[in-house]
Structures are given as C-alpha cells and as structure tokens.
Design a protein around this ligand. Structure first.
Ligand code: PMP
Length: 458
C-alpha cells in the first residue's frame, strides 16, 4: 500500500480490537503503548498512519532510532538487495560482504584518531547488550570492577546497564553529578556549575578516604536523552577525558541515542573533540533494524576467543540498512542539517517559553530537543526553580497525539517533552510540528487550569 492510498475499512474496524487484545495479553511493563494508543500500519518519513486512518507526525522516531525517518528508500533498497541476492540472513559472527561493508562505512564516520586504532565487537541486538559488553570489556582489560556513572543516566534495562543508570543503587557504581544548568545540584548552573561537578569527580578519585577505589571505567552520555535532554558542556567533557586519562580509567561514551548526526555532529563526542576509549553504538546504526556494537581502542582488547558470544550478532539486514543510513547521513551532511534546524527549532521554542510560564526550560543539541514543564505556582519560596509538572507533560503528550503529533516524555518524573524527529525533517514539517506542539501546550494548560478550578469549586 502506498501512503497516499486510504487505509482499508477492515483495518479501521480492527483498530479497537487490536488495542483491546494488546492490553489483555501483553505485560504490565508496556511502555509507549500506554501513552500512545495507536496501531501503526504504514509509515514513510515523518509520517505514521494508524489503523484508524489517522496520520501522525512521528517525533519519537523509534526512541531516536530513525535517523532517516520511516522506510527511507535507500534503507528499503539496501534491505531488498540483500534479500534478492540470496545471502544467508543468519551468520552468527562469521565474515560476510555485508558485514565488511558495514564495518568499513562505520569506521569511515568515526573520529579519525579513534578509528585508526580501534576494534569492533558485534554485540547482541540491543543498545543495552552493547553497554553490557563495554562494561565487561573494561573490567576484563583493567582487572578492576568498580564503575563511575552519572546522575540521570540511562544505559538500558539489563542488569549491568541498570546498575549504571540513574535509578540504580548498586554499590560497585559510584554516582557522580552530571552537570546541568536548570537544576544544577550546586545551585549555580553554567560553566561554574559544570566546573564544580568536575572538581567533585576529581577530588573523590584522589581522596584516599573517598571510598572509591580506582574503577574499571567511567560511562557517560554526551547528551543525556532519557534523563531529560541534558547536553554535557564541552569543557566538562574534556575535563572528564583528562581526569580519566590521567588515572588510566577507560572512558566509555554511550552514543546509542546521540550518534549518527542526531546532535549536529556525526558523533556527539566530536563537539568537544574528546576521543573516548570505548564507544557504545546502537539505534540509528541499524537503519531501523536491531544492531548494537562497541568500538574500542585496540589496547583494551584483552578478551579471550569466545569471551563475549551471542547467537544474534550477525543481522545482515540491519547491517545493510545501517550502512545505507550511515552513508546517506554522511553524504548528505545531515548532521549539519540537524545542527541548523535544531537551533532554529530551539529558538522558536524559547519564544514559546517566554509566553508560557509553565515552560521552565528549553534545551537540546541538534535534533535532540527537550522542553521541561514546570508548575510555577507550586514553587517553594527558597526554590531556585519551580518543581517539574509531570501531569501537565502527560496532558501535553495527549493533546499532541490528538493533533496528530507523537512526542516522547523523559527526564526526572517524566516532566520533559522530548522531540527526536528524523534528520530528514523539512523546514515545512518542522513548522507543522512546532505549530501542533504550541497548540497542544495551550490546550493542555487550559484543561489543567480548568480541572484545578473545578477541583477548587468542589
Ligand atoms: N543507552 C542510551 C543512551 C539509550 O538512550 C538507550 C535506549 N534509550 C540505551 C542505552 C538502551 O538501548 P536499548 O533500548 O536498545 O537496549
């Protein structure tokens, strides 16, 4: 079916039944399905069409996976080519021409200094699998076990990845402050706040009574995504590199969400010029299909043969789709496009913030954008910033959906509305996204006020 043809009537009728059966049969851990009760049947670029015949502008993009949007022609062509060639689809970790081409393309996009002396390990299919591999690699190569990770981090849902994520309480992980302007733990934000965060890290590592033995590695996201779209300042990134290098602590950059042009450079570490020891890559590198790898400095390659195995490490379709995506982003300079368009969208959202006191902060880098919603009336007298407003954020998400716009929530208490549009977004589409968002925000504000008013009158 082409996207221009109407969705068949039979699917309209099926819509409700499919949703009902999902809620009866799938686990209570359902995530996106709860806030986005749609049944996608077709998609192209920014647009998803539901079984109910409605069209949605998709700014969730598979949680930041779809650099080229849905079903981009170069991705489809790459997948078809593999299928038509008769190549095996399952190959464990054997060498194939498809894998060879993917690796060549990936290495061509990586910072030169890093790629020239790097090894790649194909991991299980998901980002979290690659995080596990990275943690295991640095533990094996250093012979140490502790890890440094940051407040607000998100690295996945398997045991090790959970340990280093913000919600964890594992004792082997030392939690360090991630710098942030708006809710700076030191109450000052800006360069000075980031400098204090770096000093805390340094002093903890150097204090013989700090309770932190030299760790196996430090893991960070150059822009925290699920944590609420918090870009790490470039100076702070360089400080983390210096601090870890001086103490022989491998630095792991989790670029699962920030990679492939999303933040305005091909890889987000390029903003600061930091060369990490390990990069964790997934999401967009598979061109919408599951693929996850780590790339690391070859000196760390202390693994014995078979030390990190897995059945599903050879997804040929994902490698072909991924190579096509990487090449398209590189050839069409989509990272630059993300930087320009993202800055423009941030500007427009900042304008909106000036007119709406419920927007506490607008932030982001490239096409990774967050709008933190707050409740100005609930601010404590001594608070620097108002508390986050999760109910309003949920209402905005709902009103966006009513207007045919899919957005994501993130951040502490899910109070941040996130936009992760494809890098192929046109100016016109960006305008439509922001118009719908502004309209949804106004409607959500009205409905919240209305419910507060009626609550008071009860
Ligand atoms: N790291 C980061 C930075 C992520 O954003 C995510 C997913 N949102 C992951 C790791 C985990 O990836 P996956 O969901 O594919 O396991």
């Amino acid at each position: 079916m082409a996207v221009t043809e109407p969705v068949p009537v039979a699917l309209h009728a099926a819509h409700e039944g499919i949703l009902r059966r999902q809620s009866l049969r799938e686990s209570a851990a359902r995530t996106y399905a709860r806030s986005l009760p749609i049944v996608p049947v077709r998609a192209r670029g920014l647009t998803i069409e539901g079984a109910d015949g409605r069209r949605y502008l998709d700014c969730l993009s598979g949680a930041g996976t779809l650099a080229l949007g849905h079903n981009h022609p170069v991705v489809l062509e790459a997948i078809r080519k593999v299928i038509d060639s008769g190549a095996p689809l399952h190959v464990l970790d054997l060498a194939t021409p498809v894998k060879d081409a993917f690796t060549t393309e990936l290495f061509a996009t990586l910072p030169r200094q890093f790629a020239d002396n790097a090894r790649i390990q194909f991991c299980g299919p998901a980002g979290t699998d690659a995080v596990e591999a990275a943690l295991k690699l640095v533990r094996t190569s250093t012979g140490r076990s502790g890890l440094l990770a940051f407040t607000g981090a998100y690295h996945g849902m398997t045991a090790g990845a959970l340990d280093v994520s913000g919600g964890a309480t594992d004792v082997r992980v030392t939690r360090l402050p991630f710098p942030q302007n708006y809710r700076c733990p030191f109450g000052i934000g800006g360069e000075r706040g980031a400098e204090l965060a770096a000093r805390w890290t340094e002093s903890l590592l150097d204090d013989p009574k700090g309770g932190v033995p030299t760790p196996a590695g430090m893991i960070l996201e150059p822009v925290q995504g699920e944590g609420g779209v918090i870009p790490a300042p470039d100076d702070w990134m360089r400080r983390m590199r210096e601090i870890t290098a001086a103490r022989s602590i491998p630095l792991i950059a989790d670029e699962v969400q920030t990679g492939v042009g999303r933040t305005g450079t091909f890889w987000a570490v390029e903003h600061s010029g930091v060369v990490p020891d390990v990069m964790v890559l997934s999401k967009a590198i598979g061109g919408s299909l599951p693929l996850a790898v780590i790339v690391y400095r070859s000196e760390l390659d202390a693994w014995q043969p078979g030390a990190h195995a897995g059945t599903f490490r050879g997804n040929q379709l994902a490698m072909a789709a991924g190579a096509a995506t990487l090449a398209f982003v590189r050839e069409n300079r989509l990272a630059d496009r993300a930087a320009t368009l993202g800055a423009r969208m941030l500007g427009r959202l900042q304008g909106l913030a000036a007119a709406h006191s419920c927007i506490g902060d607008v932030r982001g880098r490239g096409l990774m954008i967050g709008v933190e919603l707050v409740d100005p009336d609930a601010a404590a007298p001594d608070a620097l910033v108002p508390p986050t407003a999760p109910a309003l954020a949920a209402a905005v998400q709902q009103e966006c959906l009513n207007r045919g716009l899919i957005v994501e929530l993130g951040g502490r208490h899910s109070g941040v509305v996130r936009l992760l549009p494809p890098l192929t977004l046109t100016d016109e589409q960006a305008g439509a996204v922001l118009d719908r968002f502004a309209d949804a925000l106004a409607a959500a504000e009205r409905s919240m006020h209305h419910s507060t008013d009626s609550g008071q009158s009860c």
